[in-house]
Every structure is written in C-alpha cells, then in structure tokens.
Design a protein around this ligand. Structure first.
Ligand SMILES: N[C@@H](CCC(=O)N[C@@H](CS)C(=O)NCC(=O)O)C(=O)O
Length: 210
C-alpha cells in the first residue's frame, strides 16, 4: 500500500485526506504519524522529502510524492467518482487558482503560528503578525463576495482547499472569528463541513511522536 506521512494537526495533510476520501482511496493508503517540526528538520523524512514536510506519500512502485497538490492530483487520477481537477482546461484553471487561494490561507496561518508560538518571544515581530492578520481578513472578505461563484460550479479541489483552510482557522485561530460579518461564507462552509470526507478527517491535537 502507499504510505502517507500524516498528522491530524496538519491542514495540508487534511486536504490530502479529504481528497482521498472524496476519491474512495482512504482505506487504500496506509498512514504513519510523522511530526514535521518547522524548526527542527526531520532526518528520516528528509531522506524521502528533502523539504522535511508532510504530507509526503511513498508509493509502492513509483516516485515519492509531495506536496499536497501533487498528492491530490495523484488521488484524482487513481480514484473513482467525480473528479476534483476537471478535464476542461478553463474549469481546471479556476479549480487550481482557488486551490492556491486556500493553500495561501494555510501558508499565512502557519507562518503566523510559527511567529506567534514557536519563535522566542524576544524575536517576535508585531508588524509581521499584523500583516498575517490583515491578509487573512482580506481573503475572508474576498471569499464572502465569491460564494455565489463557489456555489455555481461542481465541487473541486478549489472548494476542498478553501474549506479545509477555513476549518484550520477554526482550529487554530478561533478568536479571529472569520464568520463574523461573513454570513454567506459561513453558510457555504457549513455545507462543506457536512461532507462525509470532511467529517471523517477532523483536526486533532494528538500526542506528538518523538
Ligand atoms: N506546500 C506544502 C506545505 C506542507 C507543509 O508546510 N506542511 C507542514 C505541516 S502543516 C510541515 O511539514 N512543516 C514542516 C516544515 O516546514 O519544516 C504542501 O502543500 O504540502
């Protein structure tokens, strides 16, 4: 079986897990709990992914895959059911653009966490934290005005990634309350959260392996 380096804390991993569920592959991939610390490169992981990041997928026969986009694209080719990356070039471009928006939320959120929680207090930059907050609010405002377009097309990797990113804000940035003043986005996200693939892949602060 393919082996996925996995954590229930990682939003990029959750994106992959939701894609695996959507494509009927969740029980065809084995998982190993891997702790990828942004401040301490993981020696074993770097042997298969020089970036020391998860998700990383070891295939039985084939190359080791990273990052989350590549693994989702792999799942889309392997699995069954409606495609997450449409064949139609115009539709695919929008799906991938919106995937980038969702991944961009995650990149800002993770950078924010690293700055706020992992860096020594004396090195923390309030200016940088303010920029992260500003960007997350900017994307949430944009999405509030974009909901009609999200609703107008079939579920794809763009919806999936934006949905996971907003769930990650709930998990790590609940005090930011992205739903406040954004009722359409909140309603859209409630529908997203009801998908079996999303319900089966909840974030969790499990004990970290050594
Ligand atoms: N662009 C990558 C980002 C993956 C990523 O940053 N994962 C985090 C876990 S949430 C990680 O492995 N961090 C360890 C590190 O940055 O060294 C993707 O989409 O898969």
């Amino acid at each position: 079986m393919p082996l996925l380096h996995w954590s229930p804390r990682s939003p990029y991993v959750r994106k992959v897990m939701v894609a695996l569920h959507e494509r009927g592959l969740a029980d065809k991939v084995e998982r190993v709990r891997t702790h990828a610390d942004p401040l301490i490169p993981h020696e074993d992981l770097m042997r298969i992914n020089p970036l020391s990041k998860i998700p990383t997928l070891e295939l039985e026969s084939g190359p080791t895959l990273y990052d989350s986009h590549v693994i989702c694209a792999w799942a889309d080719r392997q699995g069954q059911g409606p495609r997450l990356l449409p064949d139609d070039p115009a539709a695919r471009l929008i799906a991938e653009r919106d995937e980038a928006l969702g991944t961009g939320i995650l990149d800002v959120a993770v950078a924010w966490l690293v700055e706020a929680k992992l860096r020594p207090e004396e090195l923390r930059s309030d200016d940088l934290l303010a920029v992260h907050r500003r960007k997350l609010r900017s994307v949430a405002d944009y999405l509030e005005g974009y909901v009609a377009e999200l609703r107008a097309r079939t579920f794809d990797l763009g919806h999936l990634t934006i949905g996971v990113a907003l769930a990650y804000l709930d998990f790590r940035f609940a005090a930011e309350d992205w739903r406040a003043g954004r009722p359409r986005l909140a309603e859209w996200h409630a529908g997203f959260s009801a998908r079996p693939s999303v319900r089966a892949t909840e974030f969790k602060d499990d004990p970290r392996p050594r």
